[in-house]
Each structure stands twice: as C-alpha cells, then as structure tokens.
Design a protein around this ligand. Structure first.
Ligand SMILES: Nc1nc2c(ncn2[C@@H]2O[C@H](COP(=O)(O)OP(=O)(O)OP(=O)(O)O)[C@@H](O)[C@H]2O)c(=O)[nH]1
Ligand SMILES: [Mg+2]
Length: 438
C-alpha cells in the first residue's frame, strides 16, 4: 500500500504549542528543538515557526479561535506547503484545521511515522512501519466514517463516498491481517535464534536509550561493526545483534535497538512489539544517555517508562553516561563521585571502556575466572560446550590423561560446572607440574 510521503513536500510552517494544563514537569526543556529536529529529519524545510501557549486544547480545532485567526493571516498561501503541529491531533481536529488554514496539516504521530517509513531498510522493518501506518490510518477512517454517518442520518442514506470508505476499511483490514501473518513468521525465526543463544550460554546485552544518545556508536566499538551512526533522530530502526570483540569480556552478544522518544506513537510500539519483545530476554540493559543534554534526567525517566509499558521489567540496567567529552570536567568529576554504579564514557573517543567492561563482567558473570580447570575424559560434552561459548584459551593433556583447559568464564557459570564430578579448578603451579610430567 502506498502512503503519501511528506518529504516530497518542501516548505513547512511549524507550530509548537505549549499547553499549560498539561503536566509541565513532563516537558523537556529542549522540546521545541527536538520538534524542529524531527521536522528536519523528515526532509521538510522549516520556512516559518511559531511558539504559542494555550491553557487547554480546544476539542474541534485544538487551537483557540484567536490563535487560529492569527495563524491564518501569517501562513503564506504561496510559500507554505504543509503545517506541522507538535501534538497528537484527532482526525476531526486535523480535518477542521485543514479546512480553516487551507493547508495540509500533520501532527507529531504522522511526522514520526513518516520518518520511520523513510528509514526502514530491512524487510521486517518495512513491514512493521507499514503496519503502524495502516493502524493509524484505520483509526482515522473509522472516525471519518462515524462522522459522516451521523451527518447523513445513518443507515439507508449511505452515499457513494461512504461506500468508498467501507471498501477502504475492508482493504486496510485485509492488509493488516496479511502483514501480521508475515511478521508472525519472522517472530518464529527470532524465537529459534533465542533458543540457540540460550543454548550457547552467551549473555545478551541490549543497548537501549533515547534517540541520538550514541547507542550505535557504542555498539560499533564493542563489536567492531560499522552500523550507521548519525546525528539524526531514529538513525537506527532494525535491531542488530553481534558478538563482542573485546577479549576482556566474557561470552557476550550485544544488541543495538531503535531509540525512544517522548510520546512515541502507540501504533509504532505495537508494530515493533517483536523487536521490542527481544529486550525482555536480555540479561542486561545498557541504558545509553547523552550526558551533555540538559534534559538527560527526564529522558532517562521517559525511556524507563516506555520500557515498563512494554513489559521490560526486572532486567538489570547499567546507566552509560555517554558523550562525556562534551561535559565540563568539574561537572563530570562531581557526577562521578555521586553515581558510582554508573559508567562515564565517550563512545566516540573510547574513553573509560575498562570501567564499562569490569561492570559488565561483574553484573553478568559475578566477575570472571581466567585460569585452568581439569576434567575427566567422560566430560567431553562440557568440553565442547566450553568451545561453543568461546571460553577456551588453551588445552593440554595431563600426565594421568585428564583434560587440562585454560578458560575464561563467569564465576556464576563456573560454579554451575563445578557441580559435575570430575570437573575441578587447577592452579597454575598444578598445571606446570601435571603437564611437565606428561
Ligand atoms: N561528541 C560525541 N558524539 C557522540 C558520541 N557518541 C555518539 N556521538 C554522536 O552522536 C550522534 C548520534 O549517535 P548514534 O550512535 O547514531 O546514536 P543512537 O543512540 O544510535 O541514535 P538512534 O539510532 O537515532 O536512536 C552521532 O553524530 C555520533 O557521532 C560521543 O561519545 N561523543
Ligand atoms: Mg542508533
């Protein structure tokens, strides 16, 4: 199904509305800037902008009559192609505003959906975005339908326009069903991948955080990957999982995910459910924060709220204060003394990665054992799983024919293996003795 792309239209008049009756504590200090970044990310040019304040939203038009009148005078009919508002509008509010201003009007939801549509590159990503767009569209059609039905006096008086609406609704319903079926298949594949991961005993660490915090930059450094990291909102849409490349870590898989934003459209959350569901299976979340951002505290709360809304609860989290290279040293020192559990880094400059590594190893593995073990020969299956986990560093045979293996493994995992009869920890001196005799 084709959607009209808003970035084909060039000049935007953007309206930032501060509604005083809304909880002001929930308002980001830089929310006007964030709104402008969103508009620019969609490909539009900001021709004019208005920052207005209003006590409450008006049911029919969202904006008050006085404000609307003022806007109508300001919007140049020749230069402006589209009007963008930083709130979610109902279908009828959009329609009424369009009629009044004689311009196409889009709200924040439509703007974000469009950015997602332009960024989606994988097959699954594209399906998920189309599903979100259709769900959004279907709520509008339903509202449009009831509106017309009421106007014309109900059943029996349906005109040709209404029949078209009915057809549209049926086609949309059919397409939504089909998309859900296709996505179901890819969910199954994900479940299989999860099963094999658990079997391989690799730990899964998911990078989460507000959009543009630096998740992909950190992910690339940890896994020696080259995913696209950009100074753009929603640069990443598809989650990617790769093995850690640093020998100082235990067996870990890192997963880069889509960034969050305040008021993420519910249709998107629903459609990206499978991708987001993966977060529930993570052993640890690295919550990446842009520490140079004035709103970082509120953004941490917003990310945690979305995580709890999608059921990602009780998963250990390490806050990674990123972009520390942009923070003043005295401020940074103060923060570091106050928040000892958190990591302070610059993903770009690879600052302080040793602290990140040691915290990861402590949380995931209760520290790391790096040394020799000995095993009876009947424990060949444990030997092969140690190889599968990538834990084995060296291997020898002892004088009495036992397997001697140098491993690097989490202490928790080691404790589990020590339950097996014939599996023992050896000291380096024992190894020299035992293997010298061999
Ligand atoms: N100065 C500085 N810039 C950084 C750092 N880490 C990331 N950046 C920049 O911040 C911008 C966003 O980085 P990304 O890694 O794409 O951010 P993200 O969290 O993956 O963003 P989304 O995928 O949109 O959610 C890019 O321009 C990076 O170069 C850092 O430590 N210091
Ligand atoms: Mg990213």
């Amino acid at each position: 199904m084709n959607f009209t792309k808003i970035n084909q239209i060039q000049n935007a008049f953007i309206i930032y509305v501060n509604i005083k009756s809304f909880d002001q504590r929930n308002n980001l200090e830089n929310s006007f800037d964030e709104f402008k970044s969103l508009v620019l990310s969609s490909g539009l040019t900001i021709k004019e902008q208005r920052d207005i304040s209003q006590n409450t939203p008006i049911i029919n038009t969202f904006l008050s009559k006085g404000k609307l009148e003022d806007l109508k005078q300001s919007i140049s009919q020749d230069e402006i192609d589209i009007v963008v508002i930083n709130h979610e509008l109902s279908a009828s509010q959009t329609r009424n505003l369009e009629k009044y201003l004689n311009k196409r009007v889009i709200d924040k939801t439509e703007l974000i959906l469009d950015i997602f549509a332009s960024r989606a590159s994988s097959h699954v990503g594209k399906l998920q975005v189309e599903l979100a767009q259709l769900k959004h569209l279907s709520t509008r059609l339903i509202r449009g339908w009831t509106h017309l039905e009421r106007q014309k006096g109900g059943i029996g008086l349906r005109g040709p326009g209404e029949t078209q609406l009915e057809t549209d609704r049926r086609l949309i319903g059919k397409r939504i069903k089909r998309l859900n079926q296709k996505l179901e298949k890819s969910h199954k594949q994900k479940e299989i991948n999860r099963y094999f991961r658990r079997k391989s005993r690799n730990k899964l660490v998911s990078l989460v955080g507000y959009t543009n915090a630096g998740k992909t930059t950190l992910f690339n450094k940890l896994t020696e990957s080259s995913q696209q990291a950009e100074d753009k909102l929603f640069a990443t849409l598809d989650s990617v999982t790769r093995k850690n490349k640093d020998p100082k870590h235990g067996p870990i898989l890192f997963s880069d995910t889509v960034g969050f934003i305040s008021d993420l459209p519910t249709q998107l959350i629903e459609s990206f459910k499978a991708t987001l569901d993966e977060l529930k299976t993570a052993d640890l979340l690295l919550h990446v924060v842009d520490s140079s951002d004035v709103d970082y505290k509120l953004k941490i709360k917003k990310v945690n709220k979305i995580l709890s809304d999608i059921g990602v609860i009780n998963i250990p989290q390490i806050i990674v204060n990123n972009k520390c290279d942009l923070v003043e040293n005295t401020k940074l020192d103060l923060l570091k003394t106050r928040r000892k559990d958190e990591v302070f880094t610059s993903a770009e400059k690879e600052d302080n990665f040793s602290d990140l590594r040691s915290k990861l190893n402590t949380v995931l593995f209760n520290g790391i054992y790096n040394g020799w073990i000995s095993m009876e020969n009947n424990l060949g299956n444990i030997r092969s799983s140690l190889f599968d986990m990538g834990c084995v560093k060296e291997e020898k045979i002892s004088s009495c024919g036992k397997m001697l293996i140098k491993i690097k493994i989490g202490n928790d995992e080691l404790d589990e293996l020590l339950i097996h009869k014939g599996f023992e920890v050896c000291h380096d001196e024992d190894i020299l003795l035992k293997s010298n005799k061999a």
